[in-house]
Design a protein around this ligand. Structure first.
Ligand code: HEC
Length: 122
């Protein structure tokens, strides 16, 4: 009986890990798509941008820093960069930001659709 429960526990653990892994890679895949369609024209697929004109996202401390200032910049845009508030849904923006925070050797926690929704309300 004890063995049964141990096995059941292991199976459940495996299942949750798989489910989470799956969810994570789906989000990154969607994020890459949103990025390629909307951001790569300027910041380029390799995240390196173009010297002087378009800042690199690869290795950027701002990109890998706090989520809220990053979301606010994407929502509102900045000189030379369009605002995205009207064009991207919460889910798409969360996916794209999670992607740029974890592509090209970047490493930072995921951005959730709830984070984006909260930033819109401010
Ligand atoms: C038309 C060109 C263009 C497009 C398209 C564009 N950007 Fe930008 N982006 C810029 C420019 C120019 C800046 C610099 C603005 C400034 O600092 O004055 C910038 C700045 C940024 C920064 C700040 C980088 C840093 O380290 O300070 C981030 C993050 C960013 N863009 C993300 C994105 C994302 C995500 C998308 C797609 C949803 C996107 N951009 C689409 C031109 C663009």
């Amino acid at each position: 009986m004890k063995l049964f429960f141990t096995m059941l526990g292991v199976a459940l653990l495996l299942a949750t890990n798989l489910a989470q892994g799956q969810g994570g890679s789906d989000l990154l895949k969607q994020g890459q798509e949103v990025y390629e369609n909307n951001c790569a024209d300027c910041h380029r697929s390799n995240g390196e941008g173009l010297p002087v004109r378009f800042p690199a996202l690869k290795g950027s401390a701002f990109v890998q820093g706090e989520a809220q200032p990053l979301i606010n910049l994407i929502l509102a845009g900045k000189k030379g960069m369009p605002a995205w508030a009207e064009h991207l849904k919460d889910q798409e923006m969360a996916a794209a930001l999670t992607y740029i925070r974890n592509a090209w050797g970047n490493k930072a926690p995921a951005v959730t659709p709830e984070d984006v929704a909260a930033a819109r309300k401010k």
